[in-house]
Design a protein around this ligand. Structure first.
Ligand SMILES: [Zn+2]
Length: 534
């Protein structure tokens, strides 16, 4: 059974309606790992709904978090705002700081079929929704300190309180220390400095009194408080939170003992790696969802997350996108009954994996699949998309009738392939067709190769113009004239691309205009000049 179905069944044993939470810190541009968190939540919600339950994805933007460092795209003047809640930062390029990062992030999520209910930390705390929970946590502060010590082994001073006030003088949240409550239950704090990210930030020295809607609970209590406030029943999170004595262990005790509410069902996952390494700003290997969507279709982003157990290693490698696409396309063909699964593969599991990868349900009735591998060739042959579509119609890969919008999907996939060729293709995979056959190029051909090309030109005049048929002719003819296949294929690539290697010949040739191909081979074979001048 798919891992999401396993969780869905556990959830449905607890009740019929579910809220699956995810959360993102917004101090800078959220990367693909943050997107994965929300997509995991969506895959679980989809599984609950498919089993007859109700489920929604709740996405919490942590905009009460302090600015920990100034992101690369942000003016360095923002240094002076370090330690302030990100919801209070000045606008960027005419829009609120948080929106500047949230908008593209949500656009990407929408493209992969994720439409979460949005909640923000500032709404919860500054909007007063969490006041009762904050009061509860403050009243039970001695027990909170005991739990923190028992579960995570960290001993807090006797005056420690689980609250971070926003300093009314300097506006920072990372610098305040709450040390007591007054008779009215308000929080007394000192702005004495603190740590945000890896940096020490000086406080302004102010001593103040905060109402309970002028700050937030400290992280582990904050996490538990949201579960209760929002009625969360399940939450995926990265394995760093799941370490023994870590935030999950602590928050799941706090939710029961301090807030008297059942803990959600957790889904622990392994973090996304990029090209074998952890993403980090210093390594400069941060990948965003928007960047990933430039080179792969949205369903493949979901597929990457749905295909294996979330705790398994997940590595994203730009160089391996063609293999990833091939793998997904195979699952797609199995789903539509075009290909048999391998004996060790469960057909039901593969169908389920495909469904959970889809951006929307139900799937299309018919499959029109133009493999990414083909598109990598086609986009180089046809920079103009209309010409590319015309070529696909010529080879019969694209039907004239298109009631299900396949054309639009292929357009989008071709754009993905174009972006991959432009940004990531190794030199060996890039090519451009010579408009004209030069004397130097012709001189690269042996006498035997020229003879072969002349014969090939003749044979191609009448063969069925599709990849398989052309491939057969190319191959069989090389045997007939006694030319090694390597030399035969070499002759083809030299006369069209000016080099020894190229894409799979049959499909490559069939993707071009027959008249043009025949004329080019005739010219290369005999030396007569008909596709251009030199
Ligand atoms: Zn201050």
């Amino acid at each position: 059974m798919h891992w999401a179905d396993v969780i869905a069944e556990r959830l449905l044993e607890r009740g019929g309606h579910h809220k699956i939470a995810s959360g993102t810190s917004i101090s800078g541009q959220p990367h693909i790992g943050s997107a994965a968190d929300v997509i995991f939540a969506d895959i679980i919600a989809r599984a609950v709904i498919d089993k007859g339950g109700e489920a929604e994805v709740i996405w919490i933007k942590d905009d009460m978090d302090p600015l920990r460092s100034v992101p690369r795209q942000i003016p360095p003047e923002f240094e002076e705002h370090l330690g302030k809640p990100v919801c209070d930062l000045p606008d960027i390029e005419g829009e609120p700081y948080v929106d500047h990062f949230v908008k593209p992030f949500l656009e990407g999520l929408n493209k992969v079929g994720v439409h979460p209910v949005q909640v923000s930390g500032s709404e919860i705390y500054l909007g007063g929704q969490a006041v009762d929970l904050v009061r509860m946590a403050l009243e039970k502060a001695p027990e909170v300190r005991i739990i923190l010590e028992e579960v995570s082994g960290s001993k807090r001073p006797d005056d420690w309180l689980p609250f971070q006030a926003v300093c009314e003088n300097c506006g920072r949240i990372a610098t305040t220390k709450a040390y007591a409550t007054d008779d009215e239950g308000r929080v007394l704090y000192r702005c004495e400095g603190g740590v945000a990210g890896k940096r020490r930030i000086e406080g302004c020295g102010h001593e103040g009194v905060a109402e309970l809607d002028q700050g937030k609970l400290t992280w582990r209590l904050d996490w538990a408080a949201r579960w209760k406030l929002l009625g969360i029943t399940c939450e995926p999170f990265g394995k760093d939170h799941a370490a023994a004595g870590g935030s999950w262990d602590t928050a799941s005790v706090i939710i029961e003992r301090i807030f008297d509410y059942p803990k959600p069902i957790p889904l622990e996952y392994e973090h996304f790696m990029v090209e074998g390494g952890k993403m980090s700003k210093s390594k400069g290997n941060i990948v965003t969802l928007a960047e990933m969507l430039e080179t792969v279709p949205p369903e493949v982003v979901r597929y990457v997350l749905a295909r294996t157990d979330p705790m398994k290693h997940k590595d994203f490698d730009w160089a391996k996108i063609p293999q990833l696409m091939e793998e997904f396309e195979r699952v797609e063909r199995i789903y539509y009954g075009r290909e048999e699964p391998a004996p060790r593969e469960d057909p039901g599991d593969m169908r389920r994996l495909y469904e959970l990868s889809l951006v929307s349900m139900p799937p299309m009735k018919s499959l029109v699949q133009v493999p990414y591998g083909h598109l990598l060739t086609l986009v180089q042959l046809y920079p103009d998309h209309d010409h590319l579509i015309a070529a696909l119609r010529r080879t019969g890969e694209l039907p004239e009738e298109d009631p299900e919008g396949h054309l639009e999907r292929i357009r989008s996939k071709a754009n993905n392939a174009r972006a991959w060729i432009r940004d990531f293709a190794p030199e060996a995979m890039r090519f451009s067709v010579f408009d004209e056959l030069s004397r130097e190029t012709r001189d690269m051909l042996s006498v035997e190769q020229r003879t072969y090309l002349s014969a090939l030109a003749k044979a191609l005049e009448t063969v069925a113009w599709d990849g398989e048929s052309v491939q057969d002719v190319v191959f069989n003819l090389s045997k007939e004239v006694g030319l090694k296949p390597r030399d035969a294929f070499g002759a083809i690539y030299i006369s069209i691309l000016g080099r020894q290697r190229g894409p799979r010949a049959g499909f490559f040739l069939a993707s071009m205009d027959r008249e043009w191909v025949v004329a080019r081979f005739r010219e290369a074979g005999t030396g007569s000049n008909s596709t251009g001048t030199n």
